[in-house]
Design a protein around this ligand. Structure first.
Ligand SMILES: Nc1nc2c(c(=O)[nH]1)N[C@H]1C(S)=C(S)[C@@H](COP(=O)(O)O)O[C@H]1N2
Ligand SMILES: [Mo]
Length: 379
């Protein structure tokens, strides 16, 4: 495993700083200026003002990894499909490219997005709004791979491992996905992201796309799928990324057996523009943002400028795909100069409505409270 200096040296050859490189002086290959939570391994947040397009460009897409990122050699790479299957596979990248390829637009959000808002605070990366992005992913369906391997009818899970390996006290990152979700037509092993080969930092050469589920399921650098009757017993599936099945009082500790795997996501929306605390001219003020709800569809977003008394519908953009976020806009005409609080609230196809308070939980997952920004209208 490379140490940090060797790592940076290995990268410096390909360093391509884009306009607006990081204020901290840290630049990352192929990335715009990002909010840097960790530089090694990289945890990079997308500044909220970049969220003005339906597709999040690869250069703006957030990054999360628990372990130093592996460099995978495309030529010697093999995807292994093993375990409960009559015809186990070892596929080269070329063989994977020859399978039917599918395009899936889908939003990827870290379960910890928004963690910095919880009180009391908890350990973990203090993400603000930007551990989320939307891309078009393409590659073979996982279902096609499993059929090719003649998966056993008794297999209940696919346990996905990537080329990154455990280091010191940090265990290997392995995630289990139940067979029902794996067989879904939108669950693919992406070889491309927004029409480009998957960037190394996002899982080259292959990453799992689990549309509508949180980022922890979207295993990067996938090189082995083990079909099993059991989920993986390791830390990242058996312990981490779990959410209490019953409400927990803030600061409380649920019992381990009350912690469930996160499947699907909460309903949420937020403002991308204007910035919180922005000064704006009187007259027409264009508000814009994003909304998404995991496996559900966004059916409406409402805006309030009076603290939640009256709600007015935002205009939803035309791009409307399952598993992908929805952009929205709202033409606001403030009645008076001074400071205003604006709120955005999404509703989804299951009737879920973004709540006033987001339920506290020990790891700070699934923050989805109604978004609020302050805007100062000049006199
Ligand atoms: N192999 C591997 N895959 C991984 C991770 C990891 O640490 N190792 N992190 C996961 C988590 S928690 C998230 S939120 C997403 C982030 O994907 P991104 O870096 O492409 O945005 O990758 C997931 N896949
Ligand atoms: Mo995550």
């Amino acid at each position: 495993m490379l140490n940090r200096r060797q790592w940076l040296k290995a990268w410096s050859a390909g360093l391509t700083a884009l306009p607006g490189a990081a204020q901290s002086g840290l630049v990352f290959p192929g990335k715009r200026s990002m909010l840097v939570h960790n530089d090694f391994p990289e945890d990079l947040e997308t500044p909220v003002e970049y969220f003005d397009t339906w597709i999040t460009p690869n250069a703006s897409f957030f990054v999360r990894q628990h372990l130093p990122r592996p460099k995978v050699d495309a030529g010697s790479y093999r995807l292994e499909v093993a375990g409960m299957a009559a015809s186990p596979l070892k596929l080269s990248l070329d063989e994977m490219r020859k399978l039917p390829q599918y395009k899936v637009p889908a939003t990827l959000e870290c379960a910890g997005n928004g963690r910095s808002n919880f009180r009391p605070r908890m350990p973990g990366l203090q993400w603000k709004k930007g551990a989320i992005g939307n891309a078009v992913w393409s590659g073979p369906r996982v279902a096609d791979l499993l059929k090719k391997a003649a998966v056993s009818a008794n297999a209940k899970y696919g346990n996905f491992d990537g080329a990154d390996a455990g280091v010191a006290k940090t265990p290997d990152f392995v995630r289990s996905i139940p067979m029902g979700k794996l067989m879904h037509e939108a669950t693919i092993l992406a070889l491309e992201m927004n029409g480009e080969p998957l960037p190394e930092i996002h899982g080259f050469p292959a990453r799992l796309i689990v549309p509508g589920w949180d980022g922890a399921s979207w295993v990067k650098w996938v090189n082995k799928i083990t079909l099993s009757g059991q989920p993986d017993g390791g830390f990242y599936f058996a312990t981490a990324y779990r959410y209490p099945s019953r409400p927990v009082s803030p600061g409380g500790t649920p019992k381990p057996e009350e912690m469930e795997v996160i499947e699907g996501m909460a309903v949420k929306s937020f403002f991308a523009r204007p910035d919180d605390e922005a000064k704006v001219k009187p007259g027409l003020v264009k508000l814009q943002g994003v909304a998404w709800a995991g496996e559900q569809r966004i059916v409406r977003v409402d805006i309030s400028s009076d603290g939640g008394g009256k709600w007015m519908p935002a205009k939803l953009a035309s791009e409307d795909f399952p598993f992908a976020w929805r952009l929205w806009t709202f033409d606001w005409r403030p009645g008076r100069p001074g400071r205003h609080i604006l709120m955005s609230r999404a509703t989804d196809s299951a009737g879920r409505v973004q709540p006033v308070e987001s339920a506290w939980n020990p790891s700070g997952y699934l923050w989805n409270a109604i978004d609020r920004i302050a805007v100062v209208v000049e006199g």
